[in-house]
Write a protein that binds this ligand. Structure first.
Ligand SMILES: Nc1nc2c(c(=O)[nH]1)N[C@H]1C(S)=C(S)[C@@H](COP(=O)(O)OP(=O)(O)OC[C@H]3O[C@@H](n4cnc5c(N)ncnc54)[C@H](O)[C@@H]3O)O[C@H]1N2
Ligand code: MOO
Length: 423
């Protein structure tokens, strides 16, 4: 007699795991990922104007001080403090002037003053400057109300950075303000790590590559690939577009091989979970080295962290929302660290929740969010992982801790602006 089939109790929760199987907490998966990373070793020297977005391979050492010499912080009149006191001061003016780029080459006699402009090197005999707005003058004498503070309105040589000091450490990603700093310190070129090569690949029989034929009703345009290529480019990597492959293990294997030859890291999307056509995770498990899979994360639980022919692979879930969240939370720190930068921790700030939510304990959740005019975090109306419009609606993510179970309006929640992920 046939035994009747007995299904498990209906839970309708894709985070509910079979007996004995546990989800890997996000922090543990991130630690494993970080520990498995070997940063690129090759470096190159590039001229400063081309160094934006690159990662310093050596500390940047100041070749000159900033400022190089003591100078005036304002337009005014300079003199030796020792010759002044309390009450109205009247000092004869030296007939000349010290301006930025036009230093006064003589000494200013004790008890005299000189017209001086912002940025001008303090002439010999000058250690203090009084603002022109605080002075009266007839061109021969300058008068002001004392006492003035010794050294007022002046900047000391090297008060910002002294020659020989470390201006920026190795591992620093150069941004626009850093180029200003290094230029000021006469650093004309920098040694940086070579750009990381990141290959991006989409999978799925339903996916129509872009640019491609018009999509039929059973097909959808490839939304993940343009997103991921743009992200990795923004993160300073050289993006390698491996295109789109069908749900065919042989074809996916061949493209992963190509990726492992051409790139330092491979990002795939789709086929990460455990369905009949989820070949990416299956291949990574059987022929690669899968280190983490099934992460206690929503969205993005099927994220696969693995190696293919020695090259790290992040098998991102196909749902675009999950693909973005996994890219920001996992791929970004991995890519930056591999590129030689410090491992970036997620940085956000606490804001009052402008929403109410219950969640299961034991999973990290990321919600599409933005800050409303009241300063509270609003979340997108749907948590559906295919609702791509919410990604554009949002200006960041709210991260809910593993153990949180209920969030009420006004509770502090962590808001991670897109900008904190380099978007
Ligand atoms: N029985 C279960 N089914 C699913 C589970 C589960 O635990 N049990 N997990 C769900 C979750 S969560 C996600 S996320 C998806 C992830 O699955 P895959 O990584 O295997 O992704 P696919 O099945 O290939 O695609 C999912 C979804 O995303 C669309 N997609 C895929 N690639 C793209 C692309 N490049 N651009 C735009 N959209 C894309 C695809 O058409 C599917 O609709 O699995 C759930 N299922
Ligand atoms: O969690 Mo899936 O990763 O919903 O999109």
């Amino acid at each position: 007699m046939n035994t009747p089939l007995i299904p498990p109790r209906l839970r309708d929760d894709c985070m509910a795991m079979p007996q004995g199987v546990s989800w890997i907490p996000v922090d543990q998966a991130l630690t494993r990922l970080r520990d498995g990373i070997t940063p690129v070793a090759q470096t190159e020297t590039v001229p400063l104007p081309q160094a934006g977005g690159r990662v310093l391979a050596r500390p940047a050492i100041a070749r000159r001080s900033n400022p190089p010499a003591a100078n005036s912080a304002v337009d005014g009149y300079g003199f030796a403090h020792a010759a002044t006191g309390s009450g109205i001061q009247r000092l004869p003016l030296v007939q000349g002037r010290a301006a930025a780029g036009q230093p006064w080459p003589h000494a200013v006699p004790m008890g005299h003053a000189i017209r001086i402009l912002t940025g001008a090197i303090l002439p010999e005999g000058v250690d203090t400057v009084v603002l022109e707005e605080d002075c009266a003058t007839d061109g021969r004498i300058v008068a002001f109300d004392g006492p003035v503070r010794r050294g007022a309105n002046t900047r000391k040589a090297g008060e910002d950075v002294a020659r020989g000091a470390t201006a920026l450490p190795a591992g620093h990603v150069l941004r626009a303000p850093d180029l200003a700093l290094l230029a000021a310190l006469a650093i004309r070129e920098v040694e940086v790590f070579r750009p990381l090569r990141v290959a991006v690949l989409s999978t799925g029989d339903e996916i129509v590559p872009w640019p491609g034929q018009p999509a039929g009703p059973h097909q959808i345009p490839d939304a993940n690939r343009p997103m991921l290529l743009e992200l990795v480019t923004r993160w300073g990597a050289k993006a390698i577009d491996l295109g789109h492959v069908r749900d065919d293990p042989a074809a996916i294997r061949a493209v992963l091989d190509r990726g492992a030859e051409q790139a330092d890291v491979i990002l795939t999307s789709g086929g990460a979970s455990a369905g009949d056509e989820d070949h990416v995770s299956a291949l990574l498990r059987t022929e690669g080295r899968l280190s983490s899979w099934r992460i206690a994360l929503k969205p993005g639980r099927p994220l696969a962290i693995a190696e293919w022919r020695g090259v790290p692979v992040l098998g991102l879930p196909g749902n675009p929302v999950a693909a973005l969240v996994c890219a920001l939370v996992f791929a970004r720190p991995a890519i930056l660290r591999m590129a030689g930068a410090d491992w970036p921790e997620r940085r956000g700030f606490l804001v009052p929740a402008g929403f109410e939510k219950t969640k299961k304990a034991g999973r990290r959740e990321f919600l599409r969010a933005r800050i409303g005019t009241d300063g509270q975090a609003e979340v997108f109306a749907s948590e559906g992982s295919g609702r791509i419009s919410g990604l554009s609606w949002a200006t960041g993510l709210v991260e809910l801790p593993d153990q949180a179970i209920s969030i009420r309006p006004g509770d502090p929640v962590l808001f991670l602006p897109y900008g904190s992920f380099g978007l």
